[in-house]
Design a protein around this ligand. Structure first.
Ligand code: FE2
Ligand code: FE2
Length: 189
């Protein structure tokens, strides 16, 4: 019945509480059904070009998640590892921030922070070869999450370009993705 609900106005200012309760329910239902499929479809867009590395970014991401899983990391951290580069698809200049924004409602502050800053921290391995400062990340030295982010890059990012590593298939991670995105821990508005 709710699925047939349609407002009878054309400007939000005219809506009633009843309208917005119905709209909210429809939106939540839509999100619950489609968020994970959309994330996985976007993730699959990392497949293909290797961009000079030995594996593509989809496999790099699964390798990251596989190492995190095998290292006994939490479910949310494994999912964060899997999705840490998903922002590449739509925001190549600030991919870390996009991945962090996607994860933020569903994971801890620390996990969000790690993903938000992983691009800068990853620069430790190559910024100096491109005229930059490999220690640029040290501006966050005082953060309680500094070490976690540095460790993420060391253990689950910079080393995840190995064509011989037996990374797990995406199907292995889908239940975890569903679990982490089942319910937001907090709402943005
Ligand atoms: Fe990245
Ligand atoms: Fe990465």
């Amino acid at each position: 019945m709710l699925q047939t609900f349609t407002v009878n106005w054309t400007a939000m200012a005219e809506g009633t509480a009843h309208d917005y309760e119905n709209l909210d329910a429809l939106y939540r239902d839509h999100t619950a059904n489609l968020l994970v499929p959309h994330l996985l479809a976007t993730f699959k867009m990392l497949e293909g070009p290797t961009l000079g590395y030995q594996i593509d970014r989809e496999r790099h991401s699964r390798q990251s998640a596989t190492r995190a899983l095998r290292n006994g990391e939490s479910d949310e951290f494994v999912v964060a590892a899997l999705l840490h580069d998903i922002g590449d698809v739509l925001a190549p200049e600030n991919h870390s921030e996009v991945a962090a924004a996607i994860l933020a409602p569903y994971v801890s502050d620390e996990t969000t922070w790690v993903i938000r800053h992983h691009g800068l921290f990853q620069g430790y391995y190559y910024f100096h070869y491109l005229g930059g400062d490999r220690d640029a990340r040290d501006r966050y030295r005082e953060s309680p999450h500094y070490d976690r982010c540095a460790d993420f890059c060391a253990a689950y990012d910079q080393n995840c370009f190995d064509p011989d590593y037996d990374d797990l298939p995406l199907d292995e991670f889908v239940p975890l993705v569903n679990q982490v995105f089942a319910e937001p821990k907090r709402h943005w508005n």
